[in-house]
Ligand binder design. Structure first.
Ligand code: OGA
Ligand code: MN
Length: 297
């Protein structure tokens, strides 16, 4: 499909619940306003965009990301020293070690379904992940459509979450590692992290999405702990259905960007003896909100 207003971009939806390839764009060059607008519109429509065969150094990745808004600093690292990072807005995702010291986050482990940095009061609207080295097998990244998850929730579950907020635990990263300076959480009600509405209204599309963040140490405010656990388990069982998901098999030079306001993602584990290196940037966001008028009583 050609996008009106731009001679240069072609959007190819992949036929799954979300995500499209954008063809015909060289992201190492500044995009003209019409092309950028077309990319942004495709992003809002498809939630995840993939650009293949890109050649981006860090300044080029940062320059493209900045078209979408101000960038966030990399989150607290589980390993490594963020202060020595030449580009503090780039998060290195890698299992590679140099002299026994890990150069990035998440290692080779499975990362469970999550939304980036949702444990902050203001969370990034989106993330861009660019692949520099990929393992021969494994390490695929799954994305899932949380508009679709919300829209297909059984009525009884929808009713149970209207107006409710959830705690998004900040103590562990998505591979389950305790972040530096954090204590083990024994009671989710006491976990550090932001509270956000479970139904989240997207500020641009005005559509509602299920906003779960991550499962571990989550807590639905105002419920007894056992009821919160039960409701969360039912919401997660629904949200993790394969029909809402699409998997990215990485090639070197892929740039994938996702909208954190209406998607979750996860990553398969891979062989620790192979190398995987990705650079991520995250676009600063605002406080998640729920427009109650958007859901009929
Ligand atoms: C991320 C993330 C998955 C991956 O960058 O936020 O979860 O595929 N990464 O490395
Ligand atoms: Mn992530």
């Amino acid at each position: 499909m050609d996008v009106p207003g731009s001679k240069h971009i072609t959007v190819i939806p992949n036929g799954a619940a979300l995500a499209a390839d954008i063809v015909g764009v060289d992201l190492s060059q500044p995009l003209d306003a019409a092309t950028f607008k077309a990319v942004e519109a495709a992003w809002h429509q498809h939630l995840v965009l993939r650009f293949r065969d890109q050649k981006l150094d860090d300044p080029a990745l940062l320059a493209f990301a900045r078209r979408f808004g101000e960038l966030d600093q990399a989150p607290i690292h589980a390993v490594g020293d963020a202060n020595e990072d030449p580009y503090p807005e780039i998060t290195v995702m890698s299992n590679i070690t140099v002299n026994g010291v890990s150069i990035g986050n998440l290692g080779h482990y499975e990362a469970e379904w999550h939304t980036d940095m949702s444990y902050n009061e203001r969370c990034p609207i989106g993330s861009l992940l660019y692949s520099l080295e990929v393992p021969p097998a494994g390490g695929d990244t799954g994305f899932s459509n949380m508009y679709a998850a919300f829209e297909t929730l059984p009525a009884e579950l929808k009713r149970a979450i209207i107006g409710k907020s959830c705690k998004h635990d900040s103590s562990r990263n998505s591979a389950g590692e305790l972040r530096k300076g954090y204590k083990e959480v024994t009671d989710p009600r006491e976990a550090p992290g932001a509270l956000h509405p479970i139904i989240r209204t997207h500020p641009v599309t005005r559509r509602n999405a299920l906003f779960l963040g991550r499962r571990r140490n989550a807590y639905i405010v105002g419920l007894p702990l056992d009821e919160s656990e039960d409701l969360l388990n039912r919401l997660w069982a629904h949200a993790s259905k394969p029909e809402f998901a699409w998997y990215q098999k990485w090639k070197v030079g892929d740039l994938v960007m996702w909208d954190n306001r209406c998607t979750m993602h996860r990553r398969d584990a891979f062989d620790p003896s192979s190398r995987r290196l990705m650079h991520r940037t995250q676009i600063k966001g605002d406080r998640p909100f729920f427009d109650a008028a958007s859901v009929a009583a």
